[in-house]
Write a protein that binds this ligand. Structure first.
Ligand SMILES: Cc1cc2nc3c(=O)[nH]c(=O)nc-3n(C[C@H](O)[C@H](O)[C@H](O)COP(=O)(O)OP(=O)(O)OC[C@H]3O[C@@H](n4cnc5c(N)ncnc54)[C@H](O)[C@@H]3O)c2cc1C
Length: 375
């Protein structure tokens, strides 16, 4: 039987499994990951307000894998060797006929004093620390900012930081203690979140203004101190710092000879193939792909790439060429706990639906539908 190995059990991996099974590919599918669970990262933004708890976002995949007839191999990938045919993990080795690499990205922790900041997107534990820190504060300054990977400017996560910012603003208002806090948003760019489009940035900045959120824009952060953010354009005090550094590829790539982009990601082509290798595909945050500069590192984009990879595997097994290209599409709801703004981009099409309550509920509905399909 043909052996398909998928590295990672995140969004891209799930989308690849779904598509392979939907296309009735006759093959053994093995997923390699440290835990057979998916962390539903987009809802981390609701942890500080208590709208979600850690256990709500940690989805056990055992039943899903069983239904999809997927074998789960517990392990962390350490190397991919022999042109992709051999995967070395901390729990042994696996061979494959087709390989999909989808183990996600890593945050660049180079900024001096980064330990004084919380990286909220790293996971459940960090989002819970934010919840506990805010609840213990009687007032003060909360600074929230992001930066990108200088070698690959698209490798960033701006959207969730706006969501943490607006969510904390709403939370403090609900608790009737917003007046005790100063919220400061900082970013190296004067137009943070530019990939969303000029008009979306304008609306985001207007909303910050309406909420009384101060901005410190256009200056690269230089370092963090226990109660201070220092940037090239000045410094300001902060009792709690939430910072989202740029993304790069995972450390295990250093042990392999997979082709890498400037920013440290695995190179993928428009068909999600890794150039120079046979039957090796890449999908999601770990990849660097050709496309417009607004292509996002998003679960939605990861899904689209994984679907293309799976379709190409199905094509090869049928004896057809690998002609499926992934589609570049940006779709997100920037939530604020009580309302959200929708941003959509595809080709020349752009849509912005201004902040409104139903979009917050749409984001909750989408989460419920996605998680129901895995339970
Ligand atoms: C707070 C937050 C909010 C977000 N909001 C949205 C949103 O609203 N919409 C949206 O589309 N996207 C959103 N995103 C982005 C989205 O979550 C990511 O783009 C998406 O998770 C990428 O999917 P992936 O499969 O590439 O990687 P991941 O989901 O990170 O999955 C990687 C998988 O690989 C596994 N893994 C890691 N290392 C190894 C290893 N060495 N060996 C084996 N397995 C390994 C991990 O355990 C995991 O299972 C958000 C992200 C965050 C953090």
């Amino acid at each position: 039987m043909t052996q398909i190995v998928i590295l990672g059990s995140g969004f891209a991996a799930i989308a690849a499994i779904r598509e392979l099974r939907r296309r009735k590919v006759q093959a053994d599918i093995t997923v390699v990951s440290p835990k057979n669970e998916l962390i539903y990262l987009p809802s981390l933004i609701w942890l500080p307000a208590g709208l979600r708890h850690g256990q709500d976002l940690r989805i056990d995949l055992a039943a899903y894998f069983c239904r999809q007839q997927v074998k789960w191999f517990q392990g962390s990938v350490q190397q991919v060797l022999d042109g992709g045919r051999r995967v070395v993990t901390d729990h042994g080795e696996l061979a494959n006929d087709f390989l999909i690499i989808a183990t996600g990205g890593r945050y660049i922790r180079k900024l001096p004093g980064i330990e004084h900041a919380i990286i909220p997107c790293e996971g459940i534990a960090q989002a819970e620390v934010i919840r506990d820190r805010i609840s213990a504060m009687n007032g003060g300054t909360i600074a929230i900012g992001f930066a990108s990977n200088p070698k690959e400017p698209g490798a960033m996560r701006g959207g969730p930081m706006f969501e943490f910012l607006f969510g904390i603003d709403t939370l403090l208002r609900r608790q009737q203690r917003r007046d005790l806090f100063k919220l400061v948003f900082f970013a190296p760019s004067n137009k943070p979140g530019q990939r969303l489009g000029e008009s979306a940035v304008e609306r985001i900045l207007e909303h910050m203004d309406r909420c009384g959120i101060e901005t410190h824009l256009g200056h690269k952060p230089v370092r963090f101190e226990p109660s201070k953010v220092v940037t090239e354009g000045g410094e300001f005090d902060a009792d709690l710092i939430l910072f989202m550094p740029g993304l790069t590829g995972p450390a295990w790539l250093d042990q392999c000879e997979l082709p890498r982009s400037e920013g440290g990601f695995i190179q993928g082509d428009a068909n999600c193939r890794v150039p120079g290798l046979q039957r090796v595909y890449v999908a999601g945050d770990i990849g660097s792909f050709p496309g417009p500069d607004w292509m996002a590192k998003q679960a939605h984009q990861a899904d689209l790439q994984a679907v293309a990879a799976a379709r190409n595997i199905a094509a090869v097994l049928r004896g057809d060429p690998e002609s499926h290209e992934f589609c570049t599409e940006l779709a997100c709801i920037i939530d604020g706990l009580d309302s959200g703004m929708l941003v959509y981009r595809r080709g020349k099409r752009r849509l912005i639906v201004p902040r409104m309550a139903p979009l917050h509920w749409a984001k909750r509905w989408f989460e419920a539908a996605y998680l129901r399909s895995l339970r």
